[in-house]
Design a protein around this ligand. Sequence first.
Ligand code: NAD
Ligand code: IPM
Ligand code: MN
Length: 363
Amino acid sequence: ADVKKIAVIAGDGIGPEVVAEAIKVMKSTEELFGLQFEFEHGLFGGIAIDEKGTPLPEDTLDMCQRADAVLLGAVGGPKWDNNTKELRPETGLLGIRKALGLFSNIRPAVVFDCLKEASTLKPEVLEGTDLIVVRELTGGIYFGEKFRREGEQGEEAVDTCVYNVHEVERIVRQAFDVAMKRSKRLASVDKANVLETSRLWRETVNRIAPEYPEVELEHVLVDNCAMQLLRRPASFDVIVTENMFGDILSDEAAMLTGSIGMLASASLGEGSYGLYEPVHGSAPDIAGQGIANPIATILSVALMYRLTFGYEEAANAIEAAVKQVLDEGHRTSDIAADRAQAISTTKMGDLIVDALTKLQVKA
Ligand code: NAD
Ligand code: IPM
Ligand code: MN
């Protein structure tokens, strides 16, 4: 088999804890599915600031560029929260997305039947929820000019939100393509009643829509979308939106699934190269305790297999193994009804590997 190079940037907090379980799962698939991986680790985020004086060291970026795919944990933590912009872990995250051209962030939110009770929402509302947020990842207010200045009434801060037509077109086309492979329903989310970038966004969506006559398109204002996601989550299929709206709505969508510890993501450009990471952060409040839910990162591996490598069978198997372990009632504390019964991060990883092995032996 050809060896796939995986750049691993585990990062801070629970990042290394959940990434270790994802690698465990990847290694188990080597034998089970005849795959081969070569893992290379690099410093990234807060730990890179501490050891190298920058959140995204050049050799780490080189390593990612040379790899076939990147597996990322999470970055950030209170230790670096008062640093200047250049010395923030989050700046490294934005930098790597930009440098690798990863403008499209795919965040599926699927409600596992057996976890309906783990959500704070009523199970009957969640029934059948299976949606994907397609978030624009390298533009908008995250990347516009930012500065402080002296105003009439003292200090002011400015963040600018910029989108050009090209940036909107490419993400919208990807979202239509994703919708075509699913239920063919696309909700484009904006704030076109107020923001100029949103009006450009909506015009662009409407111009592209005729290329996809089979896709049923709706425009939803972001405030209304935040509400509809809780009212009728199952009615959404694909949601496409700009960078910051996508950040916020995907955390909201995470709670439909029971926990942010369940939400995987893929960051893609035009090709099949991708960066895979859980949607959650470094969770400083539980870091080092061995209790983080590794499922978001393990499901991110399934996305990597499917979207970058075309290992559809192994991707399906990972998802089936996760479902089985949950069906059997195993829970980390974030999704456990009874916290006393909760299992550790490594135990969850082991159970998923066991389930994967048994499923594959049966198949
Ligand atoms: P967070 O996602 O880290 O945590 C929010 C809450 O969810 C916490 O109570 C945490 O314990 C819980 N949680 C998160 N992941 C979990 C998991 N796998 N299992 C169980 N519980 C989990 O968000 P935050 O607290 O707002 O941010 C913490 C730090 O992470 C900040 O520095 C932030 O900038 C950074 N962050 C990084 C990323 C990333 O690297 N992609 C994403 C979001 C936040
Ligand atoms: C995410 C995170 C990041 C973002 C932060 C940490 C920069 O919240 O990946 O969702 O806002 O994109
Ligand atoms: Mn976020």
